[in-house]
Design a protein around this ligand. Sequence first.
Ligand SMILES: NC(=O)c1ccc[n+]([C@@H]2O[C@H](COP(=O)([O-])OP(=O)(O)OC[C@H]3O[C@@H](n4cnc5c(N)ncnc54)[C@H](OP(=O)(O)O)[C@@H]3O)[C@@H](O)[C@H]2O)c1
Length: 338
Amino acid sequence: MRAVVYRETGPSSVLQVVEREVPEPGPGEVRVRVVRSGVNPTDWKFRAGMMSGHDEVTPGQDGAGVVDAVGPGAGTHRVGDRVWLVLAQHGRAYGTAAEYTVQPAARVIALPDNADFDLGASIGVPAVTAHRALTAHEEGPTTLGPGTLAGRVVLVAGGAGAVGNAAIQLARWSGATVVTTVSSDEKAVLATGAGAHHVVNYRTGDPADRIRAVAPDGVDIAVEVAPAQNIGLDLDVVRVHGLVSIYANNGGDELRMPLRAAFGKNLRFQFLILYTLADDLVRAATEDVTAAVAAGALRVGEDAGLPLHHFPLEDTAAAHDAVEAGAVGKVLVDLPDA
Ligand SMILES: NC(=O)c1ccc[n+]([C@@H]2O[C@H](COP(=O)([O-])OP(=O)(O)OC[C@H]3O[C@@H](n4cnc5c(N)ncnc54)[C@H](OP(=O)(O)O)[C@@H]3O)[C@@H](O)[C@H]2O)c1
């Protein structure tokens, strides 16, 4: 099979396409013929600086394809099942940028019939992250679905990003009123396509004023990608007993905040990263994300606010570079769907 590997960390030029034996699934494992590999910022960041003790790594946490072999005791998976993958390169060397990948059964999830492989390869990191960000409120819910966020206002920072897009769609599906911030008119169109009820360009005027105009009692949950830049805005617009879910360090790695403003509102701060997220929370997220996909509530493509950018496996380095350069939308690597 063809696989992308790197044997040293560095720029995308460390990625090579090589020939490898097709891997065999062991007990509790499933082999998936990959049709799409999804590229996330974590893939290039990991490639640029981390081998985690492996001699060789195939990048790719996200992907979608078809089960083509099932090891003993690998649950209910069957050869021929269409599936999506979560955390495929977490704690193991070989991820989804290859024609085949062997995964623990729990990381292989049935893809609803209405979903194509583009969608299946786009939901792992972004939608599971968005799910955690939206379900860490002190009164719950720990699950999402129709009505679970009814009556709540969610602020999604950066609604044209991949995680932001998923957060908008999942919050809207769950009944929230969704406000989002973007940096341009083009991104405002995308965020509206994702389903945001209110879109605020944070580069013009005072975004806090405009958010308060649509959420006079404050927002219940802020899903935050750039806390170092946005902490003042979050403290302004999140309501008493509200939640600020922080999942990234875009725009600065150090967070300074006025403590009185934060404890004065009984705010809850939830920091999150998928790699140490408890298994039951990952499972809750994959179940709800699959349900949202089956309901047609989680989509990809330009009209859903997430333009798709396809690269062949040979150009995985260019796909990494596109994500690193801030491509707007979802970057996917295509493998033959034989
Ligand atoms: N903790 C986790 O487990 C986890 C999981 C997934 C992703 N991440 C991290 O989350 C970040 C985003 O990932 P992604 O896949 O969504 O990337 P992406 O598609 O490139 O989106 C990043 C978004 O951040 C927005 N942004 C940057 N500064 C902003 C600001 N000051 N205010 C509002 N929005 C701002 C950008 O929008 P504008 O251009 O409009 O500002 C852009 O849309 C990355 O750093 C990634 O590594 C972490």
